[in-house]
Design a protein around this ligand. Structure first.
Ligand code: N01
Length: 542
């Protein structure tokens, strides 16, 4: 079987042996490749997309941008890179982040070891040769001592199997798989399904183009204004004057990024003090709004105060009282991932925008002309599914990963993912999972979480080479204890109490397990460092 990668004829590789195969060329795969090459390892990256960037390659929907501030949503491993790259806005838009990923790939000459347009379909551990056999959809069959999954936490799109999907006459888009040429909705009747981060960013822009916009909402979402702005050279320079200090402060925070955080409990403040504190935090905007008080994600009564403030904001912005009530979430504030928006709630004041509640009566079916809910047909020319992802484990499910004794990872993780420190899992020697389940991952700033994992794994691989070891694999009891700890710690937070994608609840049939580690980035890093300095405690090295 032959094919093309990036337009070039591709002759499948069948007998090459690498030190490592890396699956994915997002930020995780790029930095892993850079580190491994620096250590003198041979590595091949396989990337399903036609370019680097991962999440930022696929998520090109209108309004896509990061909601961690640009000056922090970037690699910290190269001081020159930090100094020379200039972000244009407080929150960088998707094309700029993708430009940054491309810049990193070129700057560190990474492309020559990446094979694009190639999806890894299987990885099988050969117990005799003690290496991984990796297969791609291009017919490649290569061997590698290490197999490193850099597949992303939010990469496998959730395509809801709505009945009648194939009957709809117009185009159906998913925000996470947006056409590269872009979509012009001018003059069209558009339906958006979902009100998570992707929907909240795209709805205001789609509303500017569409002749009519219908938003189908199952669960209302809390959102805080971004107050996005151009970055001035003076501001950038002030950070660059001591970038390492900002990076160090960021690593010391539970979220892995720095913002002012008030540790005082909300319940000890008077209602007037709280109102003022929330108002000031709202004016600063973005995810740091959750840092208004220290107990907001731990005490329901404290959370009720910020929820009430947010409800009042929605009611003050949205003019139609019935729509405003529908937009007021009735769940814990910040339990589902907090959204950050530009003009989201204001969009519902436009005469051509309508909100349809599908919480009690779900979307019945797609018809030739639109979407039917509760016997009413909403006539549409195009449908946007902003229905999210099979989070944390969905990208693993797409690859047949087989470990010792022919057992697959899908079988092992059927009742929920199990991994030691979120980096490796028993039965799958030399398989590393960057930002895997059981690590801070999506609860930290992703790039900082990625750097920490990659550095740990690269140092581990160098150590194994130094001592002449063939394999590393967690000890069962240590893995069990870690999984138990991840679970226990999640119960302390109100975040474990709602039906979010953190617990796999957005997709019917998935096990309900809180997947990321919520104990905080610094605590986690300390644990990883201790494991390493104690000679990879909790792992069997042979
Ligand atoms: O996906 P989501 P997303 N019928 O899962 C609804 C990151 N991200 O792509 O809540 C009707 O949050 C679903 O309803 P419900 C960020 O971490 C970051 O928006 O399950 N509706 C929900 O409203 C984020 O959290 C950025 O009841 C259905 C929506 O679809 C994560 O990615 C930007 C449905 C899915 O929301 C995922 O965000 C974008 C059905 N059958 C994303 N099925 C930034 O950094 C699902 N829904 C800015």
């Amino acid at each position: 079987m032959t094919g093309t990668t990036n337009g070039h004829h591709h002759q499948p590789e069948t007998d090459t042996v690498f030190d490592a195969v890396i699956v994915g060329a997002g930020f995780a795969g790029l930095y892993m490749l850079h580190r491994l090459r620096g250590l003198g390892f041979t590595a091949r990256v396989y990337e399903a997309g036609g370019g680097v960037g991962g999440t930022w390659y696929w998520n090109r929907y209108p309004g896509a941008r990061c909601d961690v501030e640009s000056m922090q949503y970037s690699f910290s491993f190269s001081e020159e890179l930090d100094q020379q790259w200039n972000w244009s806005e407080k929150y960088a838009p998707q094309p700029e982040i993708l430009g940054y990923a491309n810049h990193v790939a070129d700057r560190f000459d990474l492309r020559r070891h990446i094979q694009f347009d190639t999806r890894v379909i299987a990885a099988t551990f050969d117990e005799t040769a003690k290496c991984w056999q990796v297969e791609t959809d291009r017919g490649d069959r290569v061997a590698a001592k290490f197999c490193i999954m850099a597949v992303g936490c939010l990469s496998a799109a959730n395509h809801v199997p709505f009945s009648g999907r194939e009957d709809f006459r117009g185009p159906i888009y998913h925000t996470g798989e947006w056409p590269h040429e872009g979509v012009d909705f001018t003059g069209l009747r558009v339906g958006v399904i979902g009100t998570g981060s992707s929907a909240i960013q795209s709805i205001p822009i789609i509303a500017q183009q569409a002749s009519h916009l219908t938003v189908f909402q199952r669960t209302a979402t809390y959102s805080v204004p971004a107050w996005n702005a151009k970055l001035t050279p003076e501001y950038r320079d002030s950070i660059k004057a001591d970038y390492p200090a900002l990076r160090a402060k960021a690593r010391g925070r539970p979220t892995g990024f720095y913002f002012p955080f008030n540790m005082k409990p909300a319940l000890e403040a008077t209602p007037e003090e709280r109102e003022q504190q929330y108002e000031e935090a709202w004016e600063r905007g973005g995810l740091p709004f959750l840092g208004a008080y220290g107990d907001l994600l731990f005490e329901k009564a404290a959370n009720d105060t910020i929820a009430e403030f947010a409800h009042n904001k929605i009611r003050s912005i949205v003019k139609d009282p019935a729509t405003a009530e529908l937009l007021c979430p009735d769940n814990v504030f910040g339990c589902k991932r907090l959204c950050v928006d530009t003009g989201y709630f204001e969009t519902y004041n436009l005469p051509h925008v309508k909100l349809v509640d599908v919480s009690r009566t779900p979307i019945e079916r797609f018809t030739a002309e639109g979407i039917e809910v509760d016997g009413t047909e909403y006539r549409l020319d195009a449908i946007v599914c902003a229905t999210g992802f099979a989070a944390m484990t969905g990208s693993f499910d797409r690859i047949r990963i087989t470990g010792r004794q022919g057992r697959t990872l899908a079988e092992k993780w059927r009742a929920g993912p199990r991994a030691y420190l979120g980096v490796a899992t028993v039965g799958f020697p030399n398989l590393f999972t960057i930002t895997g389940p059981g690590s801070p991952s999506v609860l930290a700033s992703m790039i900082q979480a990625i750097e920490q994992h990659v550095d740990w794994m690269a140092d581990c691989m160098a150590h194994l080479r130094d001592i002449g070891a063939a394999t590393i694999e967690p000890v069962q009891s240590d893995e069990d204890e870690w999984v138990e700890h991840v679970n226990e710690v999640s119960k302390v937070s109100l975040r474990s109490t709602c039906s979010s994608w953190y617990v796999g609840a957005n997709i019917p049939g998935r096990p309900r397990v809180f997947m990321p580690y919520i104990g905080g980035f610094p605590v986690y890093v300390q644990k990883c460092n201790e494991v390493m300095s104690n000679g990879f405690e909790g792992f069997v090295i042979e």
